[in-house]
Design a binder for this molecule. Structure first.
Ligand SMILES: NC(=O)c1ccc[n+]([C@@H]2O[C@H](COP(=O)([O-])OP(=O)(O)OC[C@H]3O[C@@H](n4cnc5c(N)ncnc54)[C@H](OP(=O)(O)O)[C@@H]3O)[C@@H](O)[C@H]2O)c1
Length: 229
């Protein structure tokens, strides 16, 4: 049984991951509001990571997953500096502060693993993504550098999803028509489900990925690598 901390495990990808892990692990979830969809044996703590730094209460932490993110899509000239600051705060600085506060406890584990989230838009250059792509590009650079610094004691990997059906993406997938059109743009002809991404996070936390670190793993229906003729 491992001790796992999931920041943002009450909705979307984090919720799916928390409930899957709770069957065999001691899971703590942090978010601003609780959720009655969370498995009953998950320990939930209310906290806003943009306002306070969360420190795990146990002695040792085996896995840390940082889920909070944003999809603030606007033309560049309509994005304010506050939009950029807000995206950097939630996507990057919240993760940086959480990892700093919990690194000592992660280093006590023999199998520590950190999982962070980017987006397919970092490598694909999509219009209206300047703010979120900047913040997520920063997370990729941060995560890879940290992986080098913390090897061999702590592994750090980053998942880069394409559009996935979660509360975060509810605006862009607000009708079955939008969902179908978005799915059609992917070589695998559908948008992601929370479980598609959570499965990979679960793998990256487990011993089955013990020789993987410093990777940005696209879980994106083929969007980042395939061109269909
Ligand atoms: N869904 C997609 O299409 C997509 C695509 C590419 C990348 N991603 C990335 O994948 C990650 C997970 O996305 P998701 O779609 O599962 O997100 P989501 O549905 O918005 O869930 C985010 C979770 O984080 C919590 N959270 C948000 N702000 C917080 C704060 N300030 N303090 C504490 N907890 C906070 C939320 O709970 P509360 O609101 O109660 O705090 C919730 O549990 C994100 O980093 C996102 O950028 C998602």
């Amino acid at each position: 049984m491992s001790n796992i901390l999931i920041i943002g495990g009450t909705k979307g990808i984090g919720l799916s991951l928390a409930n899957a892990l709770a069957k065999t692990n001691k899971v703590t979830v942090v978010s601003r509001e609780s959720s009655d969809e969370l498995a009953s044996d998950v320990n939930h703590v209310k906290s806003d990571v943009t306002k306070e730094v969360f420190e795990y209460e146990g002695d040792q932490l085996d896995g840390l997953v940082y889920c909070p993110g944003s999809i603030n899509l606007k033309p560049f000239n309509r994005l304010s500096i506050e939009d950029f600051e807000s995206d950097i705060n939630i996507n990057l600085l919240g993760a940086v502060k959480t990892i700093q506060a919990n690194l000592g406890k992660l280093k006590k584990s023999t199998q520590a693993s950190i999982v962070l989230f980017s987006t397919v838009a970092v490598t694909q250059g999509m219009p209206f993504h300047t703010s979120v792509a900047a913040a997520k590009g920063a997370i990729e650079g941060f995560g890879k550098s940290l992986a080098a610094e913390l090897a061999p004691s702590v592994r750090v990997n980053i998942i880069a999803p394409s559009v996935t059906d979660t509360p975060l993406a509810s605006k862009i997938l607000s009708s079955s028509d939008k969902k179908e059109k978005s799915g059609e743009r992917h070589p695998l002809k559908r948008v992601g489900e929370a479980e598609d991404i959570a499965n990979i996070a679960e793998f990256l936390l487990s011993d089955k990925s013990s020789w993987i670190t410093g990777q940005v793993i696209g879980v994106d229906g083929g969007m980042s690598t395939l061109r269909m003729l």
